[in-house]
Write a protein that binds this ligand. Structure first.
Ligand code: MG
Length: 185
């Protein structure tokens, strides 16, 4: 028996929409990758931009991340169109200092790869390098109150992913050397 009104989520559609909306709002994966590079290059000098972008893509493949991206961008767009109810409309439009829900939504992304993401997120939120500077430029009429935190959070989460993976790689190498040493004894 078919139930035509039953809501069915199409995961591919959510992923596609996320990618499309990030592009439409002027953010590329390479730009987020550059933020990752900035956060991690001191720890892993051999890190390439390509590797950073691969990790950004891995973060963006997660549904909880896609949900946050779509929700945040939607609120930014509604604020640009003046469609939110007062006083929320002005709080988001003027990126009011005590609002804070933009950061809280972004934290749902940072959480995906554990607690070291928090440090990276705090750092990037404070200095707003690269594409974050552009998103924070309020002179062009665009509102990115949510998106700037979301992009910073994606970069922070991708950085955590790299840190965890590199640590695992180092441990595997160390273990291999240890075993080789034992075999040679
Ligand atoms: Mg913000």
């Amino acid at each position: 028996m078919s139930r035509p009104n039953l809501y069915r989520l199409n995961s591919k559609e959510v992923a596609r929409a996320t990618e499309e909306w990030l592009t439409q709002r002027g953010v590329s994966k390479e730009q987020i990758g550059q933020l990752v590079m900035l956060l991690q290059k001191d720890y892993f000098p051999e890190l390439t931009l390509e590797e950073c972008v691969v990790n950004v893509e891995a973060v963006l493949s997660k549904r909880e991340v896609q949900n946050a991206v779509l929700t945040g961008i939607q609120l930014d767009i509604l604020a640009e169109e003046g469609k939110l109810l007062p006083p929320l409309q002005d709080m988001i439009k003027y990126d009011e200092g005590l609002y804070g829900c933009d950061e809280v939504l972004a934290l749902s992304i940072v959480n995906v790869y554990g607690s070291i993401g928090f440090t990276n997120f705090g750092y990037i939120d404070k200095f707003k390098p690269g594409v974050l500077k552009k998103l924070n430029d309020k002179s062009d009429g665009n509102i990115h109150t949510f998106l700037d935190d979301i992009v910073g959070a994606i970069a922070a989460a991708a950085s955590s992913r790299i840190a965890h993976r590199k640590q695992a790689e180092r441990e595997a190498v160390a273990e291999g050397l240890e075993q080789a040493g034992e075999a040679g004894e």
